[in-house]
Ligand binder design. Structure first.
Ligand code: FES
Ligand code: FE2
Length: 392
């Protein structure tokens, strides 16, 4: 059953917003702890927005596939023998068994249960003993497709058949990183971390730099925090940029930089939060995408694929980079469960957020618009309750 927000709940989550971010107050704690909110987010956000799957490198060859769970829906993307990239519900049309797991390469898709076999374009190739079934027409049993598109060699899927194109969702983002050499990258490492907090507690932390000086003092050696700027982009995304200091060991080593990496990425650390739950870090030495998956209202699975230049094959270098990244992540992970406990107790209320946390408002406003805008009376529509964010 589709969950709905009540009028009271809609009013509560909107409380505290102000057209001027500097006057806005913290996000209502119900959004971080109530299972009903999570259910609504799954239905209205995760199942209706473009979801990051993987780098295109995993789906380059005909027959390659990549399967993943999108908040309760198993999805598989496949490259057909005709070179076309397609995505489907990863569910057999016979009695619903999951078809493929993980990633790999195949010529046909054979269900492990009763061996119905599908072509890579989703059409049913063979159903054992179907000649014994009256009026059986294989055309009636093609896999159900979902929208799939790429942006900068990254593959995204959307479960909503009525959703607009990926380019529309991303707005100016492709242009902002058009000169980044995504095509020269491959996955070097992949980490998965589980943390006891709501997915938005974790994501909020990744889109603000207010905590950098206090929680990650080591980073202060190579970031000019005073140079920080944040541009909210249409659709809940944002573009965060901080100038580097000399001495960043990644940038110092020219050999590690992919060909064509623009000077911009050598001078700035750039974070590109993509709505609803991906924080991308662009760096002259490579690129990481941190993806936050809700696993219940108080638990989050964080997936971090680290990408680097295909030409850089020094395993010790990647091990060192990963170790440093995981050390930093560990500093965040220690804090987040404590924030969640305060949310659970309802201890955080009407607190102003700083300039360095402004992306948080922007992003929550988009969530609230998506979970409530068309489900409440006109006088309580998000446009009225949540005034638009104003920069400055
Ligand atoms: S469930 Fe797939 S063949 Fe029976
Ligand atoms: Fe952090």
């Amino acid at each position: 059953m589709t969950e709905r927000l009540t009028r009271d709940e809609m009013q509560r989550i909107g409380k505290g917003y102000d057209p001027v971010a500097a006057r806005s107050l913290s996000i209502n704690t119900d959004c971080y702890r109530d299972p009903k909110f999570l259910q609504i987010e799954r239905e209205q956000v995760f199942h209706k927005t473009w979801q990051f799957m993987c780098h295109e490198e995993k789906l380059r060859k005909p027959g390659s596939y990549f399967a993943m769970d999108v908040q309760g829906q198993s999805i598989v993307a496949m490259r057909g023998s005709d070179g076309e990239l397609r995505a489907f519900y990863n569910v057999c049309k016979h009695r619903g068994h999951e078809l493929l797991k993980g990633e790999g390469k195949t010529r046909f898709v054979t269900c492990p249960y009763h061996a119905w076999t599908y072509n890579l374009d989703g059409s049913l190739r063979e159903a054992r003993r179907s000649e014994l079934i009256e009026n059986f027409d294989s055309k009636d049993f093609c896999l159900t497709g979902v929208q799939v598109e790429t942006f900068c060699h990254l593959v995204f899927v959307n479960l909503d058949p009525d959703a607009g194109p990926l380019a529309e969702h991303l707005g100016p983002m492709p242009e902002l990183c058009a000169d980044f050499p995504f095509e020269q990258l491959e996955v070097k490492r992949h980490e998965r971390v589980v943390v006891d907090c709501n997915w938005k507690v974790a994501f909020d932390n990744f889109i603000e730099i207010y905590h950098i000086a206090t929680v990650h003092p080591a980073i202060m050696r190579w970031l000019e925090v005073k140079s920080f700027s944040v541009d909210p982009l249409k659709g809940g995304h944002s573009y965060l940029r901080t100038k580097r200091r000399n001495g960043n060991r990644i940038v110092e080593d020219e050999a590690r930089v992919p060909d064509g990496a623009h000077d911009l990425y050598q001078s700035y650390a750039i974070n590109l939060p993509i709505f609803p739950h991906v924080a991308g870090g662009l760096d002259a030495g490579g690129f990481s995408y941190t993806v936050f998956w809700p696993d219940g209202p108080n638990r989050t699975i964080i997936e971090i694929p680290f990408y680097g230049a295909i030409s850089e094959t020094d395993e010790a270098y990647w091990d060192g980079l990963l170790k440093e990244a995981m050390r930093l992540l560990g500093e965040d992970m220690e804090l987040l469960p404590g924030v969640q406990r305060a949310m659970q107790r309802g201890r955080i209320k009407d607190v102003p957020l700083s300039y360095h946390e402004r992306a948080i408002y922007w992003y929550h406003e988009e969530i609230d618009r998506r979970i409530g805008a068309d489900k409440v009376p006109a006088d309580l529509r998000v446009e009225q309750v949540l005034a638009p964010y104003a920069i400055g």
